[in-house]
Design a protein. Structure first.
Length: 336
């Protein structure tokens, strides 16, 4: 059975998502690609889609509104109420008795709407014998999503990822962003992949979960012994759920990787100590120059380096390395 899903992702990475989502999910067609949102048709089970870590949340699309029809929320609610096709397909996504509520989001802000219209839609949804309204703690949520670009969608939320801020350490990358950075590195089955500033391990862990792509070795290193110890514990916990091979954790200083031979690493993906950790660096420009020298040494022919940084912080160092960056016979450097 083919489903039309709507998935959200971190804005600014449209091309990365468009290129990689067919590799992760068996997609028959991409209907729409907007900044931070993709609509596609697939026969894949929602469980498969929910395992794609670079996506935020996924919805089953029930109705799409183009710009000419999104000026009035009440008008859209009336259109939903009069579209009997919507209520016929709901049962495809509901397998057991569940409570539900309707949520309206306008440009990522929850808004209210005509209670009478909402009640009428609730009553019509409730005709499905498996559904009954519960506005406090429902099992299922129907969302009317209105975007700033004028497009809107009525859909059922199928995934509900936890609030990352509750679980992430201070300064730890969100899994979705770490996963996207790994995708930008053009992952291959024979990669020796390294994060020399691994911190809490977000990036190397997400490299483990790139769909349908193996690796030769993952090296996660940091000069903070406490973080390295915590990452070792985290990997042991993951090994209870997933077989993990060739995942090496080291207490290395990224500015001194002498234990690694020249041209060993195919992909370096990392988030160096800017922002919250920048105060620990005495001379940021000198730090960058030493870091780049060391990365350049260990990176293989045609290797790829992905660094998460603000361009204004990194400009001078990039100028210094411009001749190497533009030399296609050596490595590729990407700044995100």
């Amino acid at each position: 059975m083919t489903h039309t899903y709507l998935s959200t992702f971190i804005t600014g990475f449209n091309e990365v998502i468009k290129e990689n989502i067919p590799l992760s999910i068996k997609i028959s067609k991409v209907d729409l690609l907007l900044d931070g949102l993709i609509v596609y048709q697939t026969s894949a089970d929602i469980k498969q889609t929910s395992k794609v870590n670079y996506l935020n949340n996924t919805f089953a699309l029930l109705k799409r509104f183009d710009k000419s029809n999104t000026k009035s929320i009440d008008r859209m609610l009336k259109d939903i109420l009069s579209d009997n096709k919507i209520f016929k397909v709901i049962s495809k996504y509901i397998s057991k008795r569940s409570s539900f509520r309707i949520i309206i989001s306008k440009e990522n802000q929850l808004v209210s709407a005509n209670r009478g219209l909402l009640k009428s839609i609730e009553d019509k949804i409730s005709k499905n014998r498996n559904l009954y309204p519960n506005r406090l703690k429902p099992d299922i949520e129907f969302w009317l999503l209105l975007r700033s670009d004028g497009v809107a969608f009525f859909c059922i939320r199928l995934t509900k990822k936890p609030n990352q801020e509750k679980y992430l350490e201070k300064g730890e990358l969100r899994p979705e962003l770490a996963s996207i950075l790994c995708l930008i590195s053009e992952p291959k089955d024979n990669d020796i992949f390294m994060d020399p500033f691994c911190g809490y391990g977000s990036i190397p862990i997400q490299r483990l979960f790139i769909p349908n792509c193996k690796y030769k070795e993952i090296i996660a290193s940091d000069n903070n012994f406490e973080l390295v110890s915590k990452l070792k514990i985290k990997i042991k916990q993951l090994q209870k759920k997933k077989t993990i091979k060739n995942f090496t954790i080291k207490n290395f200083d990224a500015l001194n990787l002498n234990s690694l031979p020249n041209n060993l690493i195919n992909k370096i993906v990392t988030d160096p100590p800017w922002g919250l950790r920048a105060s620990k660096v005495d001379n940021i420009e000198e730090f960058q120059n030493i870091m780049m020298d060391e990365f350049y040494r260990v990176l293989a022919q045609n290797g790829i380096l992905i660094i998460l940084a603000k361009k204004e912080i990194f400009d001078k160092t990039l100028v210094r390395y411009s001749t190497r960056i533009l030399n296609p016979t050596k490595q590729s450097f990407k700044l995100n």
